[in-house]
Structures are given as structure tokens and as C-alpha cells.
Design a binder for this molecule. Sequence first.
Ligand code: SF4
Length: 268
Amino acid sequence: MKKEARDLAREFKTFLANNEEEDFIIKAGAAKAPASLPAPAKEIPAETAAPAMPAPAVSDGAKAKILAETADEILRCQKCPLGATRIKAVPGEGNPDAKLMFIGEGPGFDEDHQGRPFIGRAGQLLTKMIEAMGLNRDDVYIANMVKCHPMIDATDNEKRGNDRAPSPDEIACCRKFIEKQIAVIRPEYIVALGGVAAKSLIRDASLTSLRGKIYDLELDSANLNGDVKIIATYHPAALLRNPNWKKDAWEDLKMLMREMGLSVKKDR
Ligand code: SF4
């Protein structure tokens, strides 16, 4: 077993608390993957508002510029009621040329306060999941279906545990931003984290029925030509509430790793 894989396993062992959680990470033993696999010039749509337009080629630098412009638009957006109650909008972050995107449902308390996606306890677990695949957060792009914090009590954005799932109307209102991010980044793979993202991006079905398969992503706003694959797994927050699901989540990630050509080895 490579030293770095052993170090990785030790780190997860420290982080995770019980045997089932160890099984989620340690027995799988991911080998280190290239930080960012070489990618040819990719196609992105110049205007994702137009339905299913073929995508012109754009350089990696142009991707970063378009993503920054999209982020600026998100930071100014007040199109749905979440805009009025957020502290900070959370556009998303990561490698503009990522081969892999993770998409959750919406920002929570910590994300709302810092303007960055997946930085609370669930975010820390997501980081461990990414590292278990042999990748780093810098290799991937992380975003949410909605960019502002959905709250149970919208009058108190300083209260912890005040999170809720975004409504279908909120998702519909915000959807153009995640579709634009996907179309610009043009990842080869997406992991939908949790039932909300899975239903929104794959089809209206239970997370249980959507897990375990690889789908072609289809967007209304851009023709992806079947180039973007998507899988569904548990949201890290759900894994914190239900640690016995971690083994299944790891099975989902291993399925994706095999599809991506990443090494999945038993290390003990
Ligand atoms: S959630 Fe999306 S649509 Fe609603 S205000 Fe925020 S950025 Fe705009």
C-alpha cells in the first residue's frame, strides 16, 4: 500500500467514529489520481439562456471569466425571496476546468456567513469524500442548486439549525445559474448530493431509486451531447445524521471512480 494511501486512511480513521464509517472509507483505499486530468479544449455555450444551443469552444481562461461574471450576477440577484434574507450569496467555487462537479441543494448557516459552499461539518465530510477518491477540493467544482440560504424561520439568519430544503419555485428561479455553471465548466461527471439535487438534475424520483446508476445529464439551456454523466448519492449532512449510510455512499463514489478510470484498491 502506498504511503499516501496509508496516510489518507489514517486521516479518515481519525475523522470517522465507528466501524461502519471506517468501512465507508478505509477498506476502499483510493489511490492518488492526477490533480487535473488533461482535457482538450471544451465547448461551452456563449448564452445558456437560449434553449439547447450548440456550444462554441472557449479557452480555460475564458471559463474563469464567465464563471466570475456569473458569480457577480448571483451576488446581485434578488429574483426569489431567498435573496432578501441571505447574508451572503454562495455562487460556488473550484477548478473552472474540473472534470468532476459536486452539486448540493443550497447553502446552510456557515455557508451563508462566509459565502463559500460546503464549509460546515457537512462540508468537511464532503472534503473527506473527495480526498477518499484521491482528489482535492481544488481539483473539483462545488456548487448548489440554489445560491442563497433557505431558512425555516426567514427572520433569523443568525440561528443555527434553521436550514430547510429549497422549494421547487426557488430551485426553478435559481436554476439558470447552476445550468450556466455546468455548461461553462462542462465537467465530465457530476455527483448530485442528496435527493433535491438528484431530482432536479436527473428526474423526479426518490434518491433510493436514482442511486447506483450513471445517467446522461440533460439541460434545457445547453446541448451537452451526452458528454456529462451524473450520479446521485447521499448529501453529506444526511450522512452525518445517518452514519450507517456512509458505506452506501462510498459504494456510489467507487462506482464513479471506476467510470472515471480512478484506481479503487483494497488496502487491507
Ligand atoms: S437563490 Fe438564486 S434566484 Fe434566489 S435570490 Fe439567490 S441567486 Fe437569486
